[in-house]
Design a protein around this ligand. Structure first.
Ligand code: FAD
Length: 520
């Protein structure tokens, strides 16, 4: 049995805080954490690793890293930092898989909690039955959730395009992909959470129990609590997926078809889209994984110099009865206005489809092109502004799409729960437009600066044209900008922060709130 860490730690902290008034007031305190009797451990050798993320542009060193062995380890750590009060500068960041872009999972001088230490398959419980669900630790990767639930013939209902992200990381934002038009984002598909607040309390919450905390945490950018466990809705898992891509040269036909599909009763299971600007050999590249409907016509198609829009869709099916799916796909395709020679299709397993981005990750890693700066910009653009946006951005601000994919697909606001903290545009249909740029060193020193300049121009244009977009995975540097982001919901957000994390200990990497520190 482990010894209770609290009395020893409190004493150590007290002594340390008395001894530390002069230089860095928190240095002895963080050192004392290492002697805490916990199930896991505190380390300092890996602080530089905890100062990295996928964006690879922001690097804030923490003082220590907690590898929790239990939920109690995290609760005890938060509680102690809370009890230190404003005499300490310490903050705490939960780190999922660190696929943030601008240091959101980092804690300058504070403590980074490696949530993945809690995420182990043995802690996952699948409940089959009438309303199936899985209970999983907040640090679990979605790919592992999928593999575990598939063993029961079940799968979560809503996804992200890439599955090597944690439950806590995506639920702190929203979790969007091509299923969200129908299922809602991942935050609309959670029944219950276990959360550690900024006071160190462990609280179970749902839409009927501690409902305010539950809704605050979903899409709450980690500001109100650390998600240690989530109960996620499941449905019967499809076996196979028909995966379809077609091209458009006309933006209006493209978006009208997308919108028709997302509002139809009988439609595809997944609907996304992307923008291709002045690229060569697009259809040839697809041939390694897709089959053209008309190989001869497809081989004559030229993409260079053009701005093209790719509609991507899937239909799930049972390989024993492919006819039903084929009929439905044919019927749906017959209503669309794509360029006929560009119809490409493929059939893959459900797992292969959902884990598709990982294939690119493996390839990019092998070329040293994964751990490079990623100046991404994700916008939620209201339907009424999407044409003006496209007109200005595609071709004018961005002369080509060689820096990385540009996703563009519509979502239905009615599938979002407005009690959550996620901020979206105030229109029934809005588009995710994601500029997923890479800035490899091989492209020259200024490739990062160039991508950032283009993003600045896009944001400036939105402002000038009064396009009421909202950033997804938002990044701002001043509280004024955050106030603007939250708009009329700012006061409510601030009020909830005061209720659940009054000292602003949690998720400092977003730079929304500053920890209250007494002058020392
Ligand atoms: P981290 O980066 O580790 O953390 C993100 C934030 O959440 C931080 O503020 C952190 O403190 C907080 N946090 C982490 N864990 C917890 C927890 N347990 N409790 C409370 N707060 C916590 N997003 C989409 O919606 N759809 C996509 O299709 C999509 N595709 C992506 C593809 C790639 C290749 C990448 C890099 C990102 C993608 N994202 C997508 C964005 C992704 O959802 C977010 O960056 C997410 O935050 C990453 O999860 P993570 O586990 O790496 O979180």
């Amino acid at each position: 049995m482990k010894a209770s860490p609290i009395p020893q730690l409190l004493m150590a902290l007290l002594l340390a805080s008395i001894n530390s008034r002069k230089s860095d007031p928190d240095a002895p305190i963080t050192a004392s954490f290492r002697s805490m009797a916990i199930d896991g451990q505190f380390t300092t050798h890996d602080v530089s690793n905890a100062a990295t993320d996928f964006g690879n542009r922001y690097h804030f060193l923490p003082s220590a890293v907690l590898h929790p062995g239990s939920v109690a380890d995290i609760a005890a750590t938060v509680r102690h930092v809370f009890q230190l009060g404003p005499s300490s500068r310490l903050t705490i960041a939960a780190r999922g898989h660190a696929h943030s872009l601008q240091g959101q999972a980092q804690a300058p001088g504070g403590i980074v909690v490696r949530m993945e230490s809690l995420g182990r398959a043995k802690n996952m419980h699948v409940h089959a039955g009438e309303s199936p669900y899985v209970e999983a630790p907040g640090g679990e990767l979605w790919i592992d959730v999928l593999k575990e639930t598939l063993r029961h013939g079940l799968a979560p209902t809503s996804w992200t395009d890439y599955l090597h992200l944690t439950i806590g990381g995506t639920l702190s934002n929203a979790g969007i992909s091509g299923q969200a038009f129908r299922q809602g984002p991942q935050i609309s598909n959670v029944h219950q959470l276990e959360v550690i607040t900024g006071k160190g309390e462990v609280i179970n919450c749902s839409s009927t129990k501690n409902a305010e905390l539950f809704h605050s945490v979903l899409g709450g950018l980690g500001q109100f609590g650390i998600i240690t466990r989530a109960r996620i809705a499941l449905e019967p898992a499809p076996k196979m997926v028909r995966w379809i891509r077609v091209l458009y040269s006309d933006f209006t036909s493209f978006t009208e078809d997308q919108e028709k599909l997302i509002s139809a009763e009988k439609t595809f299971d997944y609907i996304e889209g992307f923008v291709i600007i002045n690229r060569t050999g697009i259809l040839n590249n697809w041939r390694s994984s897709f089959n053209p409907q008309d190989p001869v016509q497809a081989s004559h198609f030229k993409s260079e110099g053009k701005t093209l829009y790719c509609l991507e869709m899937t239909k799930n099916f049972d390989p024993e009865y492919p006819e039903i799916m084929m009929q439905e796909v044919e019927e749906l395709l017959s209503q669309l206005r794509y360029i006929p020679s560009t119809l490409f299709q493929s059939e893959v397993s459900f797992l292969e489809f959902l884990d598709r981005v990982h294939v690119s990750e493996v390839m990019l890693r092998s070329k040293g092109l994964w751990e490079i700066p990623h100046p991404w910009l994700n916008l939620l653009v209201p339907r009424t502004g999407i044409h003006a946006f496209a007109n200005e951005v595609f071709g004018k601000i961005l002369p080509d799409s060689s820096n990385g994919p540009i996703l563009l697909y519509p979502l239905n606001k009615s599938k979002w729960d407005n009690r959550t903290s996620a901020i979206i545009p105030n229109e029934e249909v809005f588009y995710l437009v994601a500029f997923l740029s890479s800035a490899p060193c091989s492209s020259g020193q200024d490739s990062l600066a160039k991508a950032l300049k283009q993003q600045e121009r896009i944001l400036e244009f939105c402002k000038k044209a009064n396009i009421q977009m909202k950033q997804y995975l938002p990044h701002y540097t001043t509280q004024e900008e955050w106030k603007f982001h939250f708009g009329p919901r700012w006061e409510e957000f601030k009020h909830k922060k005061q209720a659940y994390d009054p000292l602003a200990i949690l998720a400092p990497g977003h730079r929304i709130f500053q920890k209250a520190v007494a002058s020392l």
